[in-house]
Ligand binder design. Structure first.
Ligand code: V47
Length: 361
């Protein structure tokens, strides 16, 4: 018998909060099935049997980026062969095509930190999209992009967010959190928002009534302790604001990145364990997302038994993770997602970008 896991399980059964030491003990254990079962118990208690998915479109405005993060294969310099900038018209055309499906309700907008585009350009894009497609829900701009806008506009975080919300922004994606530890950020992504800045953007968004997602990029140079600290930092933010709606694990994909030669992809066991530990540590976050793009659909389905209750969306042409060599498709049909969720014995729940359920199947 594993007495450490027994004690953790007892805490879970009593609905007690897990400590940092508990999180470390879970990582040290090889009893993946038991960790998964504990996470599944908590998942059922927090969110029942619904699995959230959405019919959406990813729009990456440009891949030209001053970030040059070592873990990223998507961002590039202006001089690169693969550099692109979407024009306003091409963005509208892409959305119009996707919106031919009456169920398409959500846009997900994440882009490079362009060296020349002024802040007003991004504001104008949001305004134009919202004016042209008033029924679409707009989830856009990570905390890192918001800090970029703050720097280029000379405005405060609050002003930038107020202006984007007035323009039509309704939720924010979880990217840019990476590992909220500046010793890691200095090595991997020194040109972008610090941990404190990312957290301050989220805090301000929550104060203004905007829900945000949060993520963890793991499986690179971080330690297990830094992963647990990251989860504890997010848990503390959630205790303070209540504005985090979904947590997403991003296992690091090394292909075509600066770390390609030194780091190999995490194992499926690590991915499932990390999903489960995230569910157990983040006792105050409603949704844990098994992002099928990262995991592939079969592993995402498996992850629904390891604490996850959200599988993301149809996506409509993923670019960031595919640049780094993920093995999944770039898009999935809504029927494929619905069938996959049903196969796990759960209830597919179509939602908007704020996890409001539109209908269930
Ligand atoms: O911040 C980049 C990650 C994020 C790699 O909120 C990588 O629902 C693994 O924000 N290996 C951006 N991860 C994407 C993002 C997002 C995507 C899908 C759903 C949501 C949501 C948000 O992508 C970055 C970084 O953490 N990332 N490169 C890579 N090689």
């Amino acid at each position: 018998m594993d007495t450490t896991l027994d004690k953790i399980e007892e805490k879970i059964q009593k609905g007690q909060r897990l400590s940092k030491e508990d999180g470390m003990a879970l990582y040290a254990s090889n009893d993946l099935a038991r960790i998964g079962q504990m996470a599944d118990t908590v998942r059922k208690r927090i969110s029942g049997d619904f699995v959230y998915y959405n019919v959406n479109l990813h729009v990456n405005l440009t891949n030209i980026c001053i970030g040059q993060c070592k873990f990223c294969a998507f961002g590039c310099k202006r001089t690169s062969d693969k550099a692109y900038e979407l024009t306003k018209q091409s963005i509208l055309d892409r959305i119009a095509k996707a919106a031919e499906d009456p169920d398409m309700r959500n846009l997900h907008i994440v882009s490079g930190l362009h060296p020349d585009w002024p802040y007003e350009h991004y504001l104008d894009i949001i305004k134009t999209i919202k004016k042209t497609f008033p029924t679409l829900h707009l989830k856009g701009f990570t905390g890192v992009e918001i800090m970029h806008f703050v720097k280029i506009s000379g405005k405060s975080i609050e002003t930038v967010l107020r202006e984007l919300i007035a323009a039509g922004l309704e939720a924010m994606p979880g990217g840019g959190a990476e590992i909220l530890d500046d010793s890691i950020r200095q090595k991997l992504c020194p040109n972008k928002a610090t941990s404190a800045e990312w957290l301050e953007v989220a805090r301000t968004a929550h104060k203004l009534g905007i829900k945000t997602n949060a993520s963890m990029l793991y499986g690179h140079i971080e330690t297990k302790e830094q992963r647990i600290n990251h989860l504890l930092t997010l848990r503390a933010l959630q205790d303070e604001t209540g504005g985090l709606q979904t947590f997403i694990c991003f296992p690091f994909q090394p292909k075509n990145t600066a770390l390609e030669d030194s780091i190999t992809r995490t194992s499926v066991w690590d991915d499932l364990k990390t999903m489960a530990i995230s569910r157990l540590m983040l006792d105050n976050v409603h949704n844990i997302k098994a992002y099928w793009v990262m995991l592939t659909l079969p592993i995402a389905m498996l992850a629904l038994g390891f604490g996850a209750n959200d599988i993301d969306g149809t996506v409509g042409g993923e670019k960031i993770m595919h640049a780094a060599g993920v093995h999944s498709q770039k898009s999935l049909s809504k029927n494929t997602l619905i069938a996959a969720i049903k196969e796990t014995g759960r209830i597919p729940a179509e939602c908007d970008c704020n996890s409001n359920v539109i209908r269930t199947f």
